[in-house]
Ligand binder design. Structure first.
Ligand SMILES: [Zn+2]
Length: 342
């Protein structure tokens, strides 16, 4: 086991379940409420599987006209800097040719799961509150067969409360959370945070995740149940290669940028970090930086299931590829990128 990867587990009772019992309020929502049907999912899986061998041989080609049109705007000035620390919680592994479609290699890469702790002078917050300790029982049943199996993190999962304790913080020390998007592996840690801790997410994303009788693939609604939601709008100007932005504190230190595609309301979080670097937390726009370097989609299986809009996702990969040097991109599941900031 590598140095620095946490696998410690403690008995640490925090969050919604404990509070629900103590306060004698309703139990947390059933994760299977709103789960998509199995038959339709199997049909979609068959389509994705059928499309995969061809793409491994002939990956989708970059759009050279789009690339030529992307001239990065200057990096915006920041009057304030923030602290950044990643909180790895689990990992699994996947063939590199699936993560970055068609890479000619038989090797596998680690896929990490976790959260990002940001400390601004005005607030301490989590970008993607990650996972709860018992996510396999409390959340993953909300994914239809066989999706839960495809994306299951290795056990044990370090719960968010324990990950924060490792950073010498308590769950009550978090002022708010901010989601790059609402897939289950990015927000299940909410189940270990007090109900009063707000989740900030784009209105586009929230409406997409919560509308209709069935959740989109990748979304489990129960961690969002009874959560205070603050809807964000990307109402600011283009930034770098991205078409819209929102300055979270009005000081340039935390800029949200449009990374739509993987989900309709996906955002990246551009940080001015106190070590002098600029870091873009890119959510799941890509799963590994190799995709940005080579301009590669995820392979159809499972990309067709989890990228809500494949064309838009591929466009966003071009925008990430065209970023100026000096922007450190951390995709949420990129093991090396996340561990380098742990
Ligand atoms: Zn994810």
């Amino acid at each position: 086991m590598e140095k620095g990867f946490p696998h410690r587990r403690r008995s640490h009772t925090v969050g919604a379940v404990t509070e629900a019992i103590e306060d004698d309020v309703a139990a947390p929502a059933d994760p299977t409420t709103g789960r998509p049907g199995v038959l339709g999912t199997l049909f979609r899986c068959c389509g994705a599987l059928a499309a995969t061998p061809g793409r491994l041989l002939r990956p989708r080609r970059p759009d050279q006209r789009l690339l030529a049109s992307l001239t990065p705007l200057p990096v915006p000035a920041a009057r304030v800097t923030v602290g950044l620390r990643t909180l790895p919680q689990s990992r699994t592994s996947a063939p590199v040719t699936i993560v970055a479609e068609g890479v000619r290699s038989l090797r596998t890469v680690y896929t990490v799961y976790g959260a990002f702790l940001v400390e601004h002078p005005k607030a301490r917050f989590l970008v993607d509150p990650g996972m709860c300790a018992n996510v396999h029982e409390r959340v993953l049943p909300g994914q239809p067969f066989p999706l839960g199996l495809l994306v299951s993190p290795d056990k044990p999962v370090l719960g968010l409360g324990d990950a924060l304790a490792d950073a010498e913080l308590d769950v009550t020390d978090i002022d708010f959370t901010l989601a790059t998007h609402l897939h289950w592996d990015h927000v299940s840690g909410l189940l270990e945070l007090p109900d009063s801790v707000e989740l900030r997410v784009t209105g586009t994303e929230y409406d997409w995740a919560m509308a209709g009788p069935h959740a989109p693939y990748g979304v489990v609604r129960s961690p969002l149940h009874d959560r205070r939601i603050a809807r964000l709008t990307l109402d600011g100007p283009p930034v770098l290669t991205f078409t819209a932005s929102h300055d979270l504190f009005g000081d340039g230190s935390v800029l949200l940028v449009d990374l739509a595609g993987h989900t309709p309301g996906s955002i990246g979080v551009l940080l001015a970090v106190d070590d002098g670097t600029r870091v873009l937390l890119a959510g799941d726009a890509v799963w590994n930086s190799l995709q940005i370097e080579l301009i590669r989609e995820k392979a159809p299986m499972p990309g067709q299931l989890f990228d809500a809009d494949r064309a838009k996702t591929f466009e966003t990969i071009h925008r990430l590829h065209a970023l100026p040097s000096g922007i450190e991109v951390i995709a949420a599941h990129d093991y090396d990128a996340m561990l380098s900031r742990a």
